[in-house]
Design a protein around this ligand. Sequence first.
Ligand SMILES: *Cc1c(COP(=O)(O)O)cnc(C)c1O
Length: 374
Amino acid sequence: MIPILDLKRQYAQIGDKIEKEVLEVLRSGQYILGKHNQALSEEIASYIGTKYAVTLNSGTDALHLALRALDIGEGDEVISVAFTFVATTEAIGIVGAKPVFVDIDKDTFNIDAKAIEAKITPRTKAIIPVHLYGQPADMDVIMDVAKRYNLHVIEDCCQAIGAKYKGKKVGTFGDIGCYSFFPTKNLGGMGDGGLAVTNSEYLKNRMIALRNHGGAIRYHHDEIGVNSRLDEIQAAILRIKLNYIDEWNEKRRANAYKYNKLFAQYPEVQTPKELDDTYCVYHQYTVKIPNRDEVHKILQEEGIGAMIYYPIPLHLQKVHEHLGVGVGSLPNTEADTKVVISLPMFPELTEEEQKTVVSKVVEAINKTKTACCK
Ligand SMILES: *Cc1c(COP(=O)(O)O)cnc(C)c1O
């Protein structure tokens, strides 16, 4: 059994520290938005390189409240991708705006930045690039088109904490950067959590008000908000883990390059490509292979924790059916949806395990070939 992610190995490394801090929170009597939230937002803002960070209940809320803070809603269009987790475009729907899909680039799984301009209309208010699998989107091209058309940019960094584009961390390019602390993310809590970063004091204050029922002062409510506060237990845990994120990301990268080397002699397996001058943090290690569904089934039977992220592109999901973006509209997105498979990837993965994964993948591809041509 080689799981896609094994959080127990991480816990074995830092469990003592976490148990000590959590116990202190339990004894403190302060459980929501206390000193750990305050400290975490300062520490993460400094880690990412923005003036402010606002702790929230999830990455989905970060995207949702970022849109709200920028006054995007009914009648507005927001450009994003269909090759992502549903939360990205769900947030656009939550505020009443319309997601407009741009196809992905053939090589990087990220938005085809040069295709954005053709989708801009007088209603377009913002672009949400997703740094998928921990690989930065092409921010120079995105920021250039955003500037020329006066559009906001909200970066979906939920899979990419610590990733860099031309030496600068993702999340610092747009108006707001959104992060998730869902347990499986590179920096994960032990429950739900999220965060938004910004350099704008105004946007920071808007999000602080929105996360707490639309008012900065208790029992004074200026607008409809939500309850999206982060609890102290999560903040305390995340503060401990933040000390390790660079080390863990480095190990993920080393594992990715080991996989690339091991797969090099098998041209049927297309390993992930990186944009020049980027620092990818490999939330997932995703390859493209032939006979993907059959190979996936064989790998599951053999105890290799491979997963499909994501099996149905968002424009073909029922939730977005009314947008009328049919089959064939996003060719690269639809093609990649059929061939991608994500392999076990986490900092503690061993070289032995990686060799096993690679040989099982190659074996499975060969098996599906003989099965098809007999
Ligand atoms: C996980 C994720 C989200 C949502 O984060 P939650 O904390 O689960 O709400 C949004 N976008 C992407 C790309 C994600 O991977």
